[in-house]
Write a protein that binds this ligand. Structure first.
Ligand SMILES: *Cc1c(COP(=O)(O)O)cnc(C)c1O
Length: 379
């Protein structure tokens, strides 16, 4: 009980915004008595595609499954290497292993620009490199033209792990495929869920087929008498989204624009106040233009005791977290990527602290967080 009370009064790093609209949408699904792969999933796919400048999209049960499907539909498999950042959530690299390929970890550009480095990616290309997977850390969409040029000149597939960049105002996706997450802590949520966009309609249709056991027809088509049976010409998976998730997704998608504007305003307030209140703390992405402001990472001074800062902030009711423990240092991967050293990633990850950022926050809370951080650092 005490723990729950403590949590409810904490200012959290991220928090979903759910309410009466989502409840009503769920009631509609139950009343309609059709609970998976129906009209709401289709409507959600269309609305999401339209908002992200794409012709179509495929809804899946989570982003990790979507990344696996994207690699699978693009033909990435055993014997192939895929360039991935290490400063990411472990799912980025895991999806490569699900596809039977090998993740090759690439360093970030710099402490101020902690996204995958083009130069280090070029250095890690081998004749086995088949694809490159960029990740829009914190929601910042960087170097679209340069990554396309990088992939095209080497004949590589380009995949965007866009889990952080849902609703980033940036026009079309630049990857051959882009995959989004609707997990509970992302910019919009369906509880669990994800979406795949692909440039080539044939790739998207392979994603669609592989999502549902590789079957050539859907339940709706068979029920409506359009077809009577199905074939399975490929190995497929069950990575489907259900109607309840899609119903929540449709409601959330309509609010995404205003939530992302609020995130941008809060991030702007952090940037305006940080120099004044915490001059020794650095805020990366100084010149970033396109972002969904998914999280608010800062870099503590080299001399700071990060865990002590975390504890002090918790005492003041401010939750913080780390994004991320580098994937190449997690024991499963450490044992499989002998001696990989990524100096910028390692320094960034050791000094990084993620501060609260979500649309339910008030502007005055930014000053409170930074004031508390200044105090914690003074100890
Ligand atoms: C959240 C996240 C994922 C996984 O998303 P799920 O929908 O939970 O599978 C993958 N990559 C990154 C960078 C993420 O932040």
């Amino acid at each position: 009980m005490d723990q729950i009370a403590a949590r409810s009064s904490m200012l959290l790093v991220s928090e979903p915004s759910l309410g009466e609209d989502e409840k009503a949408a769920l009631v509609d699904v139950i009343d309609g008595n059709w609970i998976t792969m129906g009209g709401r999933v289709q409507a959600f796919e269309q609305a999401f595609a339209q908002q992200h400048g794409a012709a179509g999209a495929v809804a899946v049960n989570n982003c990790t499954a979507g990344l696996h499907l994207a690699l699978y539909a693009l033909g990435v498999g055993p014997g192939d290497e895929v360039l991935v950042p290490s400063l990411t959530f472990v799912a980025t690299a895991n999806s490569v292993i699900y596809a039977g390929a090998k993740p090759v970890f690439v360093d970030v550009e710099s402490l101020d620009m902690p996204v995958m480095s083009l130069a280090d990616a070029a250095a890690k290309c081998t004749p086995r490199t088949k694809a490159v997977m960029v990740m829009h850390y914190a929601g910042h969409v960087r170097n679209p033209g340069a990554w396309r040029e990088f992939a095209e000149s080497r004949g590589l597939h380009l995949i965007e792990d866009s889990a952080h960049a849902v609703g980033a105002a940036r026009g079309e996706v630049f990857g051959d495929a882009a995959v989004f997450s609707f997990f509970g802590n992302k910019n919009m949520t369906t509880a669990e869920g994800g979406m795949v966009i692909a440039r080539d309609p044939e790739v998207l249709s392979r994603v669609r087929q592989a999502r549902s056991h590789g079957m050539t027809s859907t339940t709706v088509q068979r029920l409506s008498g359009q077809v009577v049976t199905y074939d399975v010409p490929m190995l497929g998976f069950n990575y489907r989204m259900d109607e309840m998730c899609a119903a929540i997704g449709l409601v959330q998608l309509a609010k995404l624009g205003s939530w992302n504007s609020k995130r941008k305003a809060l991030a702007g307030e952090y940037r305006a106040l940080i120099r004044q209140l915490c001059p020794r703390v650095e805020m990366p992405f100084a010149d970033s233009l396109v972002s969904s402001h998914h999280i608010l990472p800062v870099l503590l001074p080299r001399s700071a005791d990060r865990q002590a800062v975390v504890n002090k902030l918790r005492e003041r009711g401010v939750q913080t977290s780390f994004h991320y423990p580098p994937v190449h240092r997690l024991s499963y991967y450490r044992d499989r990527s002998f001696g990989t050293r990524l100096p910028h990633t390692e320094e960034f990850a050791a000094r990084e602290l993620t501060l609260p950022l979500h649309p339910k926050m008030e502007m005055w809370q930014v000053e409170f967080v930074l004031g508390s951080l200044a105090e914690a650092l003074a100890h």
